[in-house]
Design a protein around this ligand. Sequence first.
Ligand code: NDP
Length: 251
Amino acid sequence: MGMPANAHLAVVTGASRGIGEAIATVLAESGLRVALIARNVEALSRLEAKLSATGAQVKAFSCDVADEAAVNATLEKIEASLGTPGVIVNNAGVGGPFHRADEVDQAEWDALFGVNVDGVRHFCRWALPRMKANRFGRIVNISSIQGLFGGALSSTYVATKHAIVGYSKAIAAEWGAYGITCNALCPGYIDTEMLANADPGVRKELRRRIPVGRFGSAEEVAQMVAFITGPFGGYINGSALVMDGGLSAHL
Ligand code: NDP
C-alpha cells in the first residue's frame, strides 16, 4: 500500500526511556525518520547515537511538552530540518504521587494535566492543519488501561488518561475526512523502570491478576504503534486499543 512522503517522518515524545524509547526504536527500524522528544538531553543523545549507528535517521530535540511555545518552536525546528511529520506519537506522560483524591491539590492536578493532556493537545494543534494539507496523518496517543477504568489512589492520573481517550475520539471524528487518524492506546502493566523498581511482592501480586501471567513489554506496545501508523493501520480510527494481557477482562 503506497504511503505519502510525510508518512515516513515520525515525532515521538517521551523518547528518552521506557515505552517511548521502544516506539522510536521500532519506527526507526521500520525505515521511518524519527524526531525524538523529551527533556533529558543526555538520554536522547545516547539514543540518537545508538540508532544512527544502525543507519537509522533520527534526531533528538529537547522540549517540555507541557510548554506550548516550546512545543511549537521545536516542531518548527523539526519541520525546517527534517520536513513535516505525518506521524505523531504522544507518549510522554507522568504518574503518581499515589494518594487519595482529597489529598490532591491544584498544583499536582495542573502538573499532571499539563504534561499528559495539554502536552497531547499542543502537538495535535500544531500538526492537524499541516496533516490536512498533506491529506495524511497518523496520531497515536498513549493513554492507559486507567483511561478506561478507575483505580484507587490515582485519581488525577486516571482523569488525565480518560481525557486522552476522549480527546483522541473527538479528533478522529473531526479530522478523519482529511486522511488523518487518531487513536488512543491503552496499555496495562508494561515492564518499564517504574515496575522494575516496585517491591517484588507487589510485582508478584500484580502478575497474579493478569490472565497471561506476565507484564507486557515496551516493544509489544511499540509494535502496535508501528502497525497503526503503517500501511495497514488506516482503518483504525477513534479507537481505544487495549493491550493489557486480559487484566480488564476480569470482573
Ligand atoms: P517513563 O516514566 O519510563 O517515561 C516517561 C517519558 O516521558 C520519559 O521519556 C520522559 O522523559 C518523558 N516526559 C515526562 N515528562 C515530560 C515533559 N514534561 N516533557 C517531555 N517529556 C516528558 O514512562 P513509561 O515509558 O512507563 O510510560 C510512557 C507512557 O506510557 C506514559 O504516558 C505512561 O502514562 C503510559 N503508560 C505506561 C504504562 C506502564 O506500565 N509503564 C502503562 C500504561 C500507560 P524526560 O524525563 O527526559 O523528559
